[in-house]
Ligand binder design. Sequence first.
Ligand SMILES: *[C@@H]1O[C@H](CO)[C@@H](O)[C@H](O)[C@H]1NC(C)=O
Length: 344
Amino acid sequence: MMMKVGYLWISIIAASLALTANGGATDYTAMYVFGDSLLDAGNNKYFIDSIAKADFLPYGIDFSGGPTGRLCNGKILVDFIAEMVGLPLLPSYADVIAKGENILFGVNYASAGAGILRDTGYLFGRVIPFEEQINNLRKTVDELRGQLHENEVSKYLANALVFVDIGTNDYLNNYLLPTYYPSSHMYNLEQFADLLISLYTKHILEIQGLGLRKFLILEASPIGCLPILIHNMKCSATLNQVVAMFNTRLKSVVHDFKSNYPGSAFTYVPSSQLFQSLFDNAEAYGFKVKDKACCGGSAGSKGTKPVNTVPCLNRNEYLFWDFAHPTEAGNRILAALIHNATSF
Ligand SMILES: *[C@@H]1O[C@H](CO)[C@@H](O)[C@H](O)[C@H]1NC(C)=O
């Protein structure tokens, strides 16, 4: 298993203010997004030396305005989630427009290739690890203090939604690449999951320390279901079990958060299970192809470059857009499944 994954470069690499852009009421004042390529809406594109970015066609082919950095043909998961809670599309932290009133509905800090560990994804050149994403949130909060009254800020933050989906790359672009990363030589899988969870816990509490109170915490993705690892229409159970070690611990940590911090709302999202069920029932959801990506993609794909620069035409019938990321159609269903499972 290690050999098989070892040579792959996979990027998994995502009050009065409670009014939407179109004037309707929202459930949350704002949304702050932390994660990897499933949620990155354009942070990495500003790094000249990063290869984990997607600011070129065919990425964004179905997105109004074209390529943005989203690793998808159109909308990504957080775009649908924002829509569901009545918020507009969020600016990426690195966007030049991400200041002033443009950040009042939230900010996306996610970075393709990033993980919980600082060195995760370093082969991509430059990514923004979880810790640095939180440092960026700190700067946003400082800026909000300059824009709102002090007593408004705490109320505003307490009613904002925090959306976190990170950890997949700590496996795909760290532990499972033993030639480049020391982690698998230093820890067994149990110890590694413990290490990730202790850092994750610390980081969630840092976000909470800044005044945020409502959390949606997603499981790491089922890496065995990536098109390059699927065999005979089945996900690799072995690889999914590796990530499950992290997810089991995450679930119990979120459970502990709930009892230790009664003033906050922590919701555990079984996103890995939901994706697995989407995969297993793909036909019922209208997908004709689930074992191949719309843009191609096979073992040996480098960085985020799609194999075929001309994507498939029937993009709504493919579950996967490129070798690691769902299509807009896939993301839409996943968002609905998450909403149904958690009613956040
Ligand atoms: C979510 O729940 C609604 C109401 O039960 C249902 O109609 C819909 O099909 C569900 N969505 C998905 C994607 O399963």
